[in-house]
Design a protein around this ligand. Sequence first.
Ligand code: MLT
Length: 275
Amino acid sequence: MNSARIREIEMTFDDIGSGAALILLHGYPFDRSMWRDQIDFLSAHGYRVIAPDLRGLGQTLSTGEITTMEDMAQDVAERLDDLKIERAVICGLSMGGYVAFEFAHLFPNKVRALVLAGTRAPADNEQEKQVRKQQAQRMLAEGMDFVADATLAKLLAPRTLAEKPEVVARVREMILRSDPKGAAAAQRGMAVRRNYSDDLPSLDVPALVIVGREDPIRPVADAEFMHRQIRNSRLKIIEDAAHMTNMEQSGVFNAALLTFVEGLVAPENDRFESR
Ligand code: MLT
């Protein structure tokens, strides 16, 4: 575990392995521990893996009332600058995907490729914004228990719930240990995020779009839309998984990720140009 001062916060992150860099951006209301299997796997395969706790979540505390996707993307960019990483594969799941879109928009030259898992491009409609607002208020009043109770059955496929108690426990614990103030700030930030659909046709890096076949939160249709709109993209649908594809089917997720990154053609002696 590492930590560094960035833009008035102390960011906690893992930085493991050496080689071309991948940045793993977690979802909401989670933390970098959701990437444990990917960190172990990719670092063992010759990559440098950086997984931050995004502003207000995990161990990266923040007292702000709203954390925008732009805030999170800027934090990550600054961390990469400090680590002297010029370009990296940016991989985000759900909220992490929104941060990846914002990062690619703000810092296109830092992106070698994108991995977009369980996410979507359109902004929220008015009703969705209202739900986020209410949830943010409720979290501040009651804490995170109701979030875990209400969302586990959507985050995880029936098979995961029945057969993978360790994954169920990890997801529940991540939610419960989130700081309600940081989670509420992220909810408010997601409510005001841009519509990333217009960005998709102009993304000119390779992209891998991943979705769980049984994800009710960001269903297959959202992934198919991104795949159609991003010129140089491929789509991986993971069976027996819902929203937390990387935890529910980590072997399948890891294999898809490795195939994708190994397939990135880079100039000789400059794998990803990011060592
Ligand atoms: C996530 O998993 O990050 C959230 O479902 C994203 C969202 O609420 O839009």
